[in-house]
Ligand binder design. Sequence first.
Ligand code: ATP
Ligand code: MG
Length: 214
Amino acid sequence: MNPGITLALSKGRIFEETLPLLAAAGIVPDENPEQSRKLIIGTNRPDVRLVIVRATDTPTYVQYGAADLGIAGKDVLLEHGGAGLYQPLDLNIAKCRLCVAAPKGFDYEAAIQRGARIRVATKYIKTAREHFAAKGVHVDLIKLYGSMELAPLVELADAIVDLVSTGGTLRANNLVEVEDIMPISSRLVVNQAALKVKRELLQPILDAFAGAIK
Ligand code: ATP
Ligand code: MG
C-alpha cells in the first residue's frame, strides 16, 4: 500500500468542481489533467497525489485500494453497487437528475398504462431495471455507452434513461422528460481498509471537504 494518499478523480466537471474542495483541504494539483496527458498528477503536498480515471472507473480504483479515496456520481455508484466503499459525504457537486425521456410523439404514460413492453436504451442498466421493476413496467433494456439521445431517433428504443441538467440536449433532439427517477450529485468514496490504516492522513481531508460543502 502506498504510504501517502491517492485520490481518484475524473476529468471534466468532477475535476473542476472538486478543485475548491481540495483547496479547502490545502491541496493544489500541480497540473490540470485537461492540459496534461499525465494520469498521475502530483500536488503541493508530497504525500497527496491524484489519479485521473474514467468517471465509471472511480469506484473500482477505490474498491481495490489503488486509490484511497475518490469522487464519483451517485449514478456511477448505483451501477457499481458500492462494495468495499465507505460513502461518508454527499459533496453536492456535479448535480443533475436521472430521468426517463422519450420523443415528443411517444405517449409514455399511455404505453405503461396498457402494460405495453417498451424498449429503453441506457448506460444505467442496473438502476433502470430496478426503477421499472419497482413500477411494474415491462421493459427491454438496451445497453449503450454514450449519446443515448440518438437511440429513439433511429428507432433503436422507445425511450432512454439518462442524466439531464439543463435539458438542452433533450430539446435539441426533440425529446422530452417523461419521468423523474432521482436527483444525482457526486459523493466522496473511501476505501474501507485505507480509512483504518491511514486515518491520520485521511480524516483532516474528510473534515475539510465536509466543511467546504455548499
Ligand atoms: P464522457 O462524457 O466522457 O463519456 P462520462 O459521461 O462518464 O464521460 P462526465 O460526463 O464527466 O463523464 O460525467 C461524470 C459525472 O458527472 C456523471 O457520472 C454524473 O454524476 C455527472 N454528470 C453527468 N452529466 C452531467 C450534467 N449534465 N450536469 C451535471 N452533472 C453531470
Ligand atoms: Mg458525459
